[in-house]
Design a protein around this ligand. Structure first.
Ligand SMILES: NC(=O)c1ccc[n+]([C@@H]2O[C@H](COP(=O)([O-])OP(=O)(O)OC[C@H]3O[C@@H](n4cnc5c(N)ncnc54)[C@H](OP(=O)(O)O)[C@@H]3O)[C@@H](O)[C@H]2O)c1
Length: 312
């Protein structure tokens, strides 16, 4: 017989900072929406590079104190990690106007975390939007992290039609979105990745692809209007002086704390529904295998996104 789980939900708890094994599946009380919140029954989430960074508390020494205050010192203050979700609104608070029970949505929870669970309550003004109608919940959950971050950085760099843009790390979650969004903005796009991912990056619309294990783009004589390092400084420090046009810019995903906007998620929905932005999924795991999913993402070479199926 099925256990009576009314009022409770399954969730993955980060018991302390450390390796993937610190994640444990537990039964916790199901959240109840406040007056301005929606309660979402989650069907899918994704394991992002940021989830792994938080889980392991990978923070430069100079930021340890600050991040301890923000996230918690020995373990995350909000023990349920997870930044992205897709699901169906189960109930809404009395002041909610934008959504109703039954709406299919996807979301980026930001510092609220909490997507590794069967339910999450979010303010209706959080980064929540109607899910693109032409994708599955798993695909929808794979979109907000890479999509919103790539959009933020490309706009910050003032990308323009006709720009020659190089995306370094073009096969990751942020990189696969950046390639597609840069094409949408009318750029000529070069994607840099390892040999195994060249075809994928080409299929996303890159005009040129470079295998970083064989060719150093800084020696090819080409000058770019924008070089976007989507790998990050921990793994790739690029010497770009000789590879930029006079007004060219070099930006890195960890140059600043991105300010993601709720209004950009419906914009992504539109791009997905018109076929301009396609979700890229490497693997899917059930919630019970979240430790294995973190082990895989920890390696730093996923292709696009790793999805977690939450619903039973
Ligand atoms: N500023 C912020 O607040 C913020 C927010 C989110 C993320 N980030 C940063 O963004 C990074 C990328 O996120 P993501 O989700 O896109 O990661 P991801 O999906 O794991 O992708 C990583 C990418 O890096 C490439 N790569 C790995 N090692 C490399 C190396 N040594 N040289 C060149 N390329 C390498 C991989 O390509 P191959 O497999 O082909 O090697 C892949 O394309 C994160 O690690 C994080 O540091 C920053």
């Amino acid at each position: 017989m099925e256990p009576d789980r009314e009022g409770s939900m399954r969730a993955v708890v980060c018991t302390r900072y450390g390796p993937p094994e610190v994640l444990q599946l537990r039964d916790l009380p199901k959240p109840v929406p406040r007056h301005n919140e929606v309660c979402i029954k989650i069907f899918a989430t994704a394991v992002t590079a940021s989830d792994c960074i938080v889980r392991a508390f990978i923070v430069p020494p100079r930021l340890k104190l600050l991040m301890g205050v923000v996230l918690g010192f020995r373990k995350p203050r909000n023990p349920i990690l997870g930044l992205v979700l897709a699901g169906e609104i189960e109930s809404v608070g009395e002041d909610v106007r934008q959504f109703k029970a039954g709406s299919q949505v996807y979301a980026f929870t930001a510092f609220r975390f909490g997507a590794y669970a069967e339910y999450k309550c979010l303010p209706e003004k959080a980064i929540v939007a109607l899910k693109p109608s032409n994708v599955t919940y798993g695909e929808a959950a794979s979109l907000p992290y890479g999509g919103l971050l790539a959009l933020y950085f490309l706009k910050k760099a003032n990308i323009q039609s006709g720009h020659r843009v190089l995306v370094y790390g073009a096969s990751g979650a942020i990189g696969t979105s950046a390639v597609q969004l840069a094409k949408y903005f009318g750029a000529d796009v070069t994607g840099v990745c390892s040999a195994a991912n060249l075809e994928l990056v080409k299929s996303l619309g890159a005009d040129t692809v470079i295998d970083y294990t064989k060719e150093d783009f800084t020696q090819n004589g080409v000058r770019y209007d924008l070089i976007f390092n989507a790998v990050g400084k921990r793994k790739a420090t690029l010497q770009t002086e000789g590879s930029l046009t006079p007004d060219g810019r070099h930006i890195t995903v960890d140059d600043s704390t991105p300010r993601l906007r709720a209004a950009d998620l419906p914009f992504l929905t539109e791009l997905v529904e018109t076929g301009t932005l396609k979700p890229v999924i490497d693997r899917s795991y059930p919630l019970e295998q979240i430790v294995e999913a973190h082990r895989y993402v920890d390696q730093g070479h996923k292709k696009g996104n790793v999805v977690i199926a939450v619903a039973a």
